[in-house]
Design a protein around this ligand. Sequence first.
Ligand code: MOS
Length: 744
Amino acid sequence: MSDTVQHRHGSSIGQPLTRRDGPLKVTGQATFAADNHPDGMLFAVLAVSGIARGRVVAMDLAAARAHPGVVEVMTPANRPPLAADPDGKDHPFMFRMEALQNDRVRYPGQPIAVVIGETLEAATEGAALLAPRYEAEAARVGLDGAAVFTPQSVGVGNPAAVQHGDVEAGLAAAEHRIEATYETPAQYHNPMEPHGIVAAWDGDRLSLDTPSQGMAIAQGRFAQLFGIRPEDIEIRSPFLGGGFGSKGLPNGPQVLGILAAKLVGRPVKLVLRREQMYGPVGHRAPTRQTIRMGTDAAGGFTAISNHTRTATSTFDDFLEPAADVAHTLYATPALSTSHDAVRLDTGTPLFMRAPGEATGSIALESAMDEMAEACGMDPLEFRLRNYAEVEPASGKPFSSKALRECYAQGAARFGWAGRPLKPRQMRDESGLLVGWGMGTATFPALMFAGNARAVLRADGGGIVQTGAHDMGQGAWTALAQVAADGLGLPIERIDFQSGHSGLPDAGIAGGSAHMATVSTAIHHAGGAVIEKLAALAFGDQRSPLFGAGNAGVVARNGRLHRRDDESRSESYAEILGRAGLQEIEANGTGAPDPAAQGNFAMHSHGAVFVEVKVDPEFGQVRATRVVGAFAAGRVINPRMVQSQYFGGMIWGVSFALHEHAVTDRRSGRIMNANLAEYHLPVNADVPSLEAILVEEHDPHINPLGIKGVGEIAITGTAGAVANAVWHATGVRVRHFPIALESLM
Ligand code: MOS
């Protein structure tokens, strides 16, 4: 964009608006994918494997087909052919999926058949009648397995081993050392809205209602699998009931829904039951992280190393990159990180909110606490002693880093200064042990590529179109705020259109990068259309802006003003009306700036302070108070950002105290694949939360200075809880979630 147009940000950007889609949601008018019922629609239900590994040798298809209301049963024998292999993998962002390729079972809960019925009940009962028989092989479970896979560093989920300086020499020379191993469990996705799809074919055209964090990626993959053109696939994903990474890439159940519709020649709806989410849609892999640290006498690092053992499936490679969080946080002359994985009979682990950073930071921040104790230092003082002025792994300066301010503001608000150094020093009035812990939060500030179109209309209103994704976090509102300022219009005059694959491709809503990416695209589209408008005025003798091109204009509230004399102005409607135009439009792209990326390390940061109370007799832990202070560049909507931080901190508490999938060692099945036994914090478990939005200006990252807020707050928090538990009890628990028996 040239500098003839200047935007005045701050009229919409920065306002704590409530969700534009809120009334639709609370009145039940928001149409989620599964709320769609095209004419003639049938219901599809998955039948899934009860064994972890082996072969399906028989199913009672006759009984299922004879059941009243059952229309068809789809198995590997009759499922329509695919144009590409669902086990194909032609780029690193593509993961293998199950679409009834054959009779093999690779994990428990894998789809083995699809029953299609006139009603959900008929299809569900039909699926139960299949009574599959198997040839079972022994399940491979747990991190002690023999089959170890070392990543080859080809991309996503394949972290490279990193070595800077001499870790062994650093440890040998250290005055204080620790070595400790931390274990984090497998966690599974539980968005409120389970995965689902309503699929309808019209010849070679495919119409889909399905929640998606990446509609263009899904179009491309479905096009490949079904041998049709991406533009012949229409995806509607206006609302998501949560995604957290599990809706980022197309999954097997979606392909099965589309196949079922093809098989029966009618629209089909397929929705996963809650327990069916524990397999084919990704999960967070367990980790066993061995951390070694050494410091000199003054508490300055001499070395940090993390080797992570994790798990992946037997048929695909995704390694939770837990060790890598050490690349950015603390200054050290020697650093090493590495990963390997055992192959287990599970679905392939994939992205789950802050993949790597969440698991890695709980271990790193626990180790920081142990190291501070070994040095006899306050944990905050110890972190400040090792504050990274440049990114340790790359040596690059940070594009912005207000972590010191986060530490200071968070500590002041929490009252950290009064904390006794030794554990087990504080009790409340009822005799419960009280402990205070802290952790540093960090997440990379990424951008992908995305597009937007901006339209100015003769009636003075504007339209902004972008195929962005709102997982429920308020993107629809925050992006509309960016659109309003980008077009110089009040937000009420903006028709913001999103959540549909027919709109400009906005890229993937992942990596906390969507706001930065799409906002940049909208900003450029808005700038470009205003420039077109200004050119009309500059060249028209009847306009008060005639010849003002050199001075430039300011776009504000539906008018262009001369920058050097703002009393001379004209409305958008007047300019377009005189030119005889109904509307003008322009496109914009958001993408990372390669020069800035090359010169700077880009991350968001934060500091989280936690109070816990522990029953000294029963070991029951309650997080009672959490204060997080986060710096993530420009805040578009403080209400939405605060909600993201609250959600992240609650998930951090969950990580430390509640969540884990329990696997039966004999069958390999997950024993708590439901919301009753897979524990998540309920309201009574959620502590008093405060999120401080620390001011941070980033002149390098993108024109609006936006980082990302979706994932950072889960990092830092979980470790802070564990550290508070140690401070309350004197017991260092290195196995998560922290169970009461570890404290007795
Ligand atoms: Mo996220 S785990 O990048 O959707």
